[in-house]
Design a protein around this ligand. Structure first.
Ligand SMILES: Cc1cc2nc3c(=O)[nH]c(=O)nc-3n(C[C@H](O)[C@H](O)[C@H](O)COP(=O)(O)O)c2cc1C
Length: 265
């Protein structure tokens, strides 16, 4: 069985999942490689189909111990034909809970066969200079592990004679899944005088929740709390208001003990 095409699909509002997945896909180093970034809402409208002679690498951040609910419609529209898949979750050093198991189950329901899986750690989306958590991750050490994981996948795929031979390995997690898909609907972002209306926040928002004519106005029913508008603002014009999100950011700082990437084959 000859697989020489890699299709990498990821969502990465604050950019850390993207950093990790790029290192993995470079290390897999197949002749043909396609990157599909589904962070932008328009990109999730398309239907994705994959075949059995290509390898799929799918990577998502962990939200409240789960696969972000904003991806549900995208996955409902996704069809695969026995496509071998690598499932990757990226989390903010608290825990990934049942998210990796859920991602594997989602991909199985789409028609994929999971060859390998991994959980990586990155800076928490709620982290700031005031309330830092897992700052600077993925760091050099994390990216070396991502490279190792990619090389390992390459050797597994090279030895795979048919998708029927894929091992059924265990991924940590429980049924029913814990965590929650229901995020808070909160007005938690304030905009300060540094804002020069560059509109970066509008284009980076993965759910088009920010009003183009008034970036301080956010549709809290759409907002997924991803904090991309805060973290990617070139002027540092956005901060968290006092309230439940700031309290959550403070709680995240308590998960200070460094966790390391985990791999499953
Ligand atoms: C709404 C929300 C919920 C989160 N829940 C968790 C969690 O349950 N456990 C954890 O360790 N990190 C959690 N995080 C942190 C993200 O998983 C982590 O920062 C990830 O690297 C973000 O990926 P991105 O930079 O590609 O957007 C959460 C982040 C957000 C925005």
């Amino acid at each position: 069985m000859k697989i020489n095409k890699l299709k990498t699909i990821y969502v990465s509002p604050a950019g850390t999942t993207k950093t990790i997945v790029k290192v993995i896909s470079n290390a897999i180093n197949f002749e043909f490689s396609e990157q599909i970034d589904i962070t932008n809402p328009k990109s999730r409208e398309m239907k994705t189909e994959t075949a059995s002679d290509e390898l799929l690498l799918i990577a998502v951040p962990v939200y409240m111990g789960r696969v972000p609910s904003v991806l549900t419609d995208y996955f409902n529209n996704f069809t695969a034909d026995n496509t071998p898949v690598i499932c990757v979750v990226v989390y903010g050093n608290r825990a990934y809970d049942d998210a990796l198991l859920e991602l594997k189950d989602i991909m199985t329901n789409c028609g994929c066969k999971t060859v390998a899986a991994a959980a990586f750690i990155a800076e928490h989306s709620f982290s700031s200079s005031e309330f830092p958590s897992s700052v600077g991750r993925p760091d050099k050490n994390d990216l070396m592990k991502a490279e190792y994981f990619g090389e390992k996948i390459k050797s597994i795929i090279e030895k795979l004679s048919t998708t029927d031979n894929i091992n059924n390995f265990r991924i940590p997690g429980n049924y029913p899944y814990g965590g929650t898909k229901n995020l808070w609907h909160l007005d938690f972002i304030s905009v300060n005088e540094n804002c020069n209306k560059c509109m970066n926040c509008v284009s980076n928002c993965p759910v088009a929740a920010i009003n183009y004519h008034d970036v301080g106005e956010i549709d809290i029913n759409k907002c997924t709390l991803c904090c991309a508008c805060i973290k990617l603002c070139p002027q540092q014009a956005k901060t968290m208001k006092a309230g439940p999100m700031k309290e959550a950011a403070i709680r995240c700082t308590k998960f200070a003990e460094r966790k390391e990437a985990e791999f499953f084959y």
